[in-house]
Design a protein around this ligand. Structure first.
Ligand code: PLP
Length: 365
């Protein structure tokens, strides 16, 4: 069977280095807030191109802490609005509502699947405090126009970079393009830990310090609590694993792009819409999303032929039970994407034979 993502192989590729690094942590007797966090944070800041990285427990917490940090700093208050793409993964929106802020959903562009820059300005109100862009599927969502809107209306530009580690915009990494960015190191992400992990990157010293305290019970000084925080720390073992995998991230992203290029050049089917890539720097193919109006049939056919695919995502946030109050809202582009999207196998460990097999099966559909 051709797996959607063979995580065992992904880890096996760096098995010796990872075992060695994990053993070092185990033998050190120091498992939290130690040298490995400091090292990884420094290396990740350098890689992304920000002054600060704060390691946290997972990507959802990274998103939550950015907004909570701004609330603690008096930049936002509950009831304020955050503009966000309607077709994002639910975590982006959970982080907004968790903080008592109001998500203002904006439709994506049907060609890029990223927030439609032409629809943002009309969604801005006096309560808008931030635009949260999501580099969905690994494709850069930032545009010059979004940057200008943030400057014009004095809005924070936030990035959900959970799916786009290593992605570039004019030589700068996503995660350094706005005021603060959330990163998830969930095992299946381009930079994945061996468990849950996340980080915030920013150039804002006050925000970084506030988040570091929030994620450590609200404390920056032992037994002194400034905020009502939580325990949301990155542990030393995960930091050690991430530091190893960070060294190989560019090489792994290049392999993902090779798979994507092969798919784009060779999949030829009248019912299948391939991702449109205008600039290969700006996509790291966390996901290879195709669209097909016979999606279920295609997925079943591929499955019968031993090819595993996944839908990202079957139900949009505004149709979820947890957000009942939005269930009657209509976002036609978002709904179309959720009805037609299918993600093909994609990883840096796919073999040529597997890639060819996926292509020929699809072309015979
Ligand atoms: C994975 C993901 C998250 C959440 O990250 P976790 O580490 O799983 O909490 C947030 N946003 C997006 C777009 C994601 O893909």
């Amino acid at each position: 069977m051709i797996k959607f993502l063979d995580l065992q192989q992904v880890t096996a590729k760096y098995s010796d280095e990872i075992h060695e690094a994990v053993s070092r942590v185990i033998d050190s007797g120091w498992y939290l807030q130690g040298e490995m966090n400091a090292t990884f944070e420094e290396n990740y800041s350098e890689y992304i191109g920000t002054k600060y990285t704060v390691g946290v427990a997972n990507g959802l917490d990274a998103l939550i802490w950015i907004l909570r940090g701004y609330i603690e700093l008096g930049v936002m208050k509950p009831g304020d609005e955050v503009i966000v793409p309607a077709n994002t993964y639910i975590a982006t929106i959970l982080a907004i509502t968790e903080n008592g802020l109001k998500p203002v959903l904006v439709e994506p562009d049907i060609n890029t699947y990223e927030i439609d820059e032409s629809l943002i300005e009309e969604a801005i109100t006096p309560k808008t405090k931030a635009i949260m862009i999501v580099h969905l599927y690994g494709n850069c969502a930032y545009t010059e126009k979004i940057g200008k809107l943030c400057a014009k209306y004095n809005l924070k530009l936030l990035e959900d970079n959970a799916q786009a580690h290593g992605c570039l915009y004019n030589g700068r990494r996503t995660g350094s393009l706005g005021d603060a960015a959330a990163h998830s190191f969930y095992p299946g992400k381009n930079l994945g830990a061996l468990g849950d992990a996340g980080a915030v990157t920013t150039n804002d010293k006050d925000l970084a310090e506030t988040i570091r305290a929030l994620a450590n019970y609200g404390s920056s000084k032992k037994y002194v609590f400034k905020y009502i925080g939580r325990n949301s720390r990155l542990d030393e073992i995960q930091a050690a694993v991430l530091d190893i995998k960070l060294k190989h991230l560019d090489e792994d992203n290049a392999l993902r792009k090779k798979v994507a290029k092969y798919y784009i050049e060779n999949i030829k089917h009248p019912d299948i819409i391939l991702p449109k890539v205008e600039n290969w720097d700006r996509h790291v193919f966390h996901i290879f999303p195709i669209r097909c109006n016979r999606r279920e049939e295609l997925q079943n056919y591929l499955s019968a032929n031993g090819i595993q695919t996944i839908i990202h995502y079957p139900i949009p946030p505004h149709k979820q039970e947890c957000y009942k109050e939005w269930n009657d809202l209509s976002f036609p582009i978002t709904e179309q994407i959720h009805n037609e999207e299918l993600s093909l196998p994609m990883s840096p460990v796919m073999t040529i034979r597997e890639i060819e097999e996926v292509v020929s099966r699809i072309n015979e559909f």
